[in-house]
Design a protein around this ligand. Structure first.
Ligand code: HPA
Length: 276
């Protein structure tokens, strides 16, 4: 058997032995959304450490557990803490959680992150819905023997972010009076923030926001036929646009300040997406 699938199956069995829950929406919590669990009617939690073979984050503050429960009537699985490529994991491990949540039953992958704003008119504290992505600066999570159990060798990526879900996001933002931006997300490996020259390149190539996650998870999810939705919290203007040096502390502070608005939006979206 494909070793990647074998590892995934082991994780799934480990999960199955402990949790009896079928989620519809899988939500990955980026910076600032860490305490979104407060918005969920929690049924169960599962520490990543308790899943055999599951990659566990090394970043301080990235607590690692799955939270199972309901947002309104919608069954969700939430990832509190994700692993990043810059931590040194193989790309197949970075996307293992997304694949596992599909195996749990999730049909929709809702990705959130913190990102640097590149587009003109973007401000720290804005939210940006992802309409497209540039993921080719990082290795594809699909490199290696294809996992036929998950999807085809050469999957189409012409519309990674689901158009119906995008409509739901626009409607939810409108209802909540949130002015949501839209644009293309570009994934860098990190962990260093970009240079101003790299940001010039990103802008020239069509990026509206930059970050260190998400695009690889979206590719893995589309490979499996999941519907994907992504929202970035713009925590800072990207390198060279901002007059100040970038810091993780600033990113976290802005993410925390935006969290109430972001959480309200996420809840509205999940309720609407789950009712479809
Ligand atoms: N660059 C990359 N990742 C980020 C940024 C940034 O400016 N802000 C938050 N995450």
């Amino acid at each position: 058997m494909n070793p990647i699938y074998e590892k995934l199956e082991k994780c799934f069995e480990s999960y199955k032995a402990k949790i009896d829950f079928v989620p519809k929406v899988a939500l990955v919590l980026g910076s600032g959304l860490g305490d979104y669990a407060e918005s969920i009617r929690v049924e169960a939690t599962l520490d990543y450490h308790d899943i055999e073979g599951f990659p566990v984050s090394t970043v301080p503050g990235h607590a690692g557990k799955f939270i199972f429960g309901y947002v309104g009537d919608v069954p969700v699985v939430c990832m509190q803490g994700r692993v990043h490529y810059y931590e040194g994991y193989a790309m197949s491990d970075v996307v293992l959680p997304a694949r596992l949540m599909k195996m749990m039953g999730a049909e929709i992958l809702f990705l959130t992150n913190a990102a640097g704003g590149v587009k003109q008119g973007m401000h720290a504290g804005d939210l940006m819905m992802l309409t497209g992505q540039i993921g080719c600066l990082v290795p594809s999570p699909l490199i290696g023997p294809n996992v036929d159990e998950l999807g085809v060798r050469f999957p189409d990526m012409s519309q990674i972010y689901d158009l119906d879900l995008q409509r739901i996001v626009r409607r939810a933002a409108l209802d909540l009076g949130i002015d949501i931006k839209e644009g293309t997300y570009m994934q860098f490996t990190g962990p260093q923030y970009e240079t101003p020259q790299e940001i010039s390149m990103a802008r020239t190539l069509g990026a509206d926001a930059v970050g260190m996650s998400t695009a690889c998870e979206a590719i893995a999810a589309r490979h499996m036929g999941m519907r994907v939705l992504g929202i970035s919290c713009i925590t800072n203007l990207a390198s060279g646009i901002s007059p100040n040096p970038l810091s993780h502390k600033e990113v976290q502070e802005i993410a925390d300040a935006v969290a109430p608005k972001f959480k309200a939006l996420v809840t509205e979206i999940i309720k609407a997406a789950g009712a479809e």
